[in-house]
Ligand binder design. Sequence first.
Ligand code: UD1
Length: 417
Amino acid sequence: MQKLVIYGGKPLSGEISISGAKNAALPALCASLLTNDTLTLRNVPDLKDVTTMLNLLKQMGVTILTNDQSEMELSAADLTNPTAPYEMVKTMRAAILVLGPLLAHKGEAIISLPGGCAIGLRPVDQHIKGLQAMGAEIIIEHGYIHAKAKKLIGTRIVMDIVTVTGTENLMMAACLASGLTILENAAREPEIIDLAQCLIKMGAKIEGAGTDVITIQGVKALHGCTHDVMPDRIETGTFLTAVTASGGEIHLKGAQAGTLDAVIDKLLEAGAIINSGKNWIHLTMNLPPKSVSLRTAPYPAFPTDMQAQFMALNSVANGTAIITETIFENRFMHVQELKRMNAEITVEGNTAIVHGIPRLDGAGVMATDLRASASLVIAGLIAQGETIIDRIYHLDRGYERIEQKLAQLGAQIARIN
Ligand code: UD1
């Protein structure tokens, strides 16, 4: 099993390019299921989750005409097997995103229930409830969702909770439903706007993506298009947080500041100096960071996917921070690992109290999920001495060439077997 070795304690400085967003690429790949034409996606990141999604689509019968990051071409014209098996769904919960498109275009989908995952229970009841409201017949048997619909019918759906992939699944399904679908209490994440832009280029009639009410006028068929996947705002936030914690300077090319206002506000509060333009962000950090309290919530509030990274930052900040996680039940697994590096953190329910100390100590630690891994990388970068991070396959699910990018900033980091 591969590990990362980091010798920390040095400021970081340099320029890197931000990759395409994992959470925008995954639904866009699933949008290929909505048409018999070829869908061309550009700026798809080279990540384990993307490979898992491509393997899932391939075993359904989707043809991957070209598999190049600069241009990926997919065709679902010969799709024969509308099934997502447990072995694939259990490794990547976003596999549920094939449900809506398969049902809308092929009239049938057999998808394994994702079950729990490390960070929480994560049910898919809202996806199922929405599709049932559109007329789908859904039976859950032997751990699988069996969904059928001759034709989905547009309707008004008020989601009980704000769910990102739930909104994406229903938005994709509604594109080929007959009549008007109104999604209320929809998620407003930038990745939903990105998916809507791709679908609109494919011929969909969607309004309101990025607000909490999305209306979709169903069309008979969608066609192919070329779409550029948006830059990854969580990768962007992770690098900005790393340099705020370590001190130094970073220039991010291909980053969109407007998609991470809540994160940038907190980094400014911590003492960072930040400038940005249309496609770049520049951050300078000359002083030790100040503690910043935060509460995660759906977009545009502070993202749960940045909570762990801010835990590492607060571990070495001046003062005490209170971090409240409201999205997932069990997303503090990095706390035990940070404590192995001497961090002073107390957890009470869904709140962590972090007393900043001047410096963490390098140690052997274990990555437990994707963003927890990123928090341990930041901790390793700011710790004195050697940190060895085990189980970095979690990191490879969502960060493209992270050790190479950090090495470009002067970090002493290596991957070992
Ligand atoms: C997406 C992101 C993930 C991010 C999360 C929250 C992708 C591929 N993944 O995950 O990186 O951490 O949003 O911003 O885009 N829930 C239900 N019933 C449902 C659906 C969700 O109870 O049917 C609950 C979940 O358990 C969770 C909350 O709603 O507590 C939000 O989850 P959701 O927005 O659905 O997360 P994902 O879309 O899986």
